[in-house]
Design a protein around this ligand. Structure first.
Ligand code: HEM
Length: 404
């Protein structure tokens, strides 16, 4: 690990992404705010200690406005005329626009709204499990976690059932290009998704309903959201809403199937499901380094001088494994008390979808365990499970399982 002290870490290098935990442990102990090399040759700062990540995510000196950063992003190749209508979503905004749009989203994303969806989510999980039919082996990522996350979000947005597959393939292509592709790879899928969003919005201008998109279109008509804000908000929700949920369902199932004692504990006491989901989030951080922040001025951050406009990255995974905050962090404990992990972020950009994501993941995992019982097991050796990682994503590529 001494290498880390002498060389800039490259957070996109394959060895780092497959298992960043040893490097994070080294950095927490030795260089908690560390310079890292970006793929385009620029420099960023990586923050790894729980207390620093927690404070940093709420630091009013830091901006989320990605247009201020001197780094290339996958969105740079988009035509300038449509870029704001795609990238201007809440995640990239600062107050006061951020505050205004978060207020508009709040009612649809309350904990009560998420609970009201629970019965429909249970039915959706049942439909997907039924679709496994008599087949003894299924891939729980491609055939369960991903379609569950995608379809539930599509239903919340009021996307008709016969368009769910189309919507999911558009959104998947965008997410894949954002997290792993070249800048050019994003242009075509992003424009296709943007045009699809435009079509959905136009339909709701004549036929409004109670779905999330209808609510946002009405807010646009009332003058509370500009047209680019409307489409970029929807674009952001459709992307942010699928990847994290699908990853956490897959990661949670993967952890249970590789920790038989914890699986047995959950099967014996399903009341542990909510705390198990929090533990899966802490342990795996399905979205690790979600967004760059930066400061307008040179700043002292956690004792380190960070120059103005240099990106700062906060590792939510490293925070969840900080031994000064969590007792035995490397141990999976589905009943962990006092589990104030940061996997959903913190502060003004705290994930608005967290209440929904919690219910989704509880339902998806709970229903699958209830329906498959002790029959559920991996179809391959544990070391054959391939990670799917990027700077943001922490997930498994596939989870081949036997269910009978
Ligand atoms: C397990 C699932 C999820 C995880 C782990 C997750 C994680 C996160 C994190 C860490 C952030 C903060 C980013 C930052 O501070 O830079 C965030 C923001 C966000 N999430 Fe989630 N999320 C999940 C599910 C969802 C869902 C289901 C939705 C919506 C349907 C959603 C919508 C958003 C939006 C719109 C933001 C930007 C908020 C802002 O910048 O104010 N997320 N999410």
């Amino acid at each position: 690990m001494n290498e880390s002290a002498n060389h800039l870490i490259t957070p996109l290098s394959p060895e780092f992404l497959v298992n960043p935990l040893p490097t994070y442990a080294y950095l927490r102990a030795n260089q908690p705010v560390s310079p890292v090399a970006l793929p385009d040759g620029g420099r960023a700062w990586l923050v790894t200690r729980y207390d620093d990540v927690r404070k940093g995510l709420s630091d009013p000196r830091l901006s989320n406005d990605q247009t201020r950063l001197p780094v290339s992003t996958p969105f740079d190749a988009l035509p300038a005329a449509v870029r704001p209508a795609i990238v201007g979503d809440v995640q990239n905004l600062d107050p006061p626009d951020h505050t205004r749009i978060r207020r508009l989203l709040a009612p649809a994303f309350s904990a009560q709204a998420a609970e009201r969806l629970r019965p429909r989510l249970v039915a959706l999980a049942g439909e997907l499990i039924d679709s496994f039919g008599e087949r003894p082996q299924v891939d729980l990522v491609a055939e369960y976690a991903a379609p569950f996350a995608g379809r539930s979000l599509a239903e919340i947005c009021g996307i008709p059932a016969d368009q769910h597959e189309h919507f999911q393939s558009l959104a998947n292509a965008v997410v894949t290009a954002i997290h792993g592709g070249t800048p050019d790879a994003l242009v075509t899928p992003a424009l296709e998704l943007y045009e699809y969003i435009e079509t959905l919005c136009a339909e709701r201008e004549t036929h409004t309903g109670e779905d999330l998109l209808s609510v946002l279109v009405r807010e646009h008509k009332d003058g509370q959201l500009s047209r680019p804000e409307l489409t970029s908000t929807i674009f952001g929700l459709l992307n942010a809403g699928q990847e994290g949920t699908a990853n956490l369902i897959g990661n949670g199932l993967h952890l249970l199937l590789t920790h038989p004692a914890e699986l047995a504990r959950l099967q014996a006491d399903p009341q542990l499901l909510p705390s198990a989901v929090e533990e899966f989030a802490r342990y795996t951080a399905p979205l690790d380094l979600p967004i760059f922040r930066s400061s307008e001025k040179d700043t002292q951050f956690a004792g380190t001088a960070v120059p103005a406009h240099e990106p700062i990255m906060f590792s939510l995974l490293s925070a969840g494994h900080d031994e000064s905050r969590f007792d035995k962090p490397a141990q999976l404990d589905i009943g962990r008390a006092d589990n104030h992990h940061l996997a959903f972020g913190r502060g003004t950009h705290f994930c608005p979808g967290a209440p929904l994501a919690r219910v989704q993941v509880q339902v998806a995992i709970g229903e699958l365990l209830a329906r498959t019982g002790s029959a559920l097991r991996l179809a391959v050796a544990a070391d054959q499970i391939v990670p799917r990682t990027s700077v943001v994503t922490r997930a498994v590529a596939a989870l081949p399982c036997l269910i009978s």
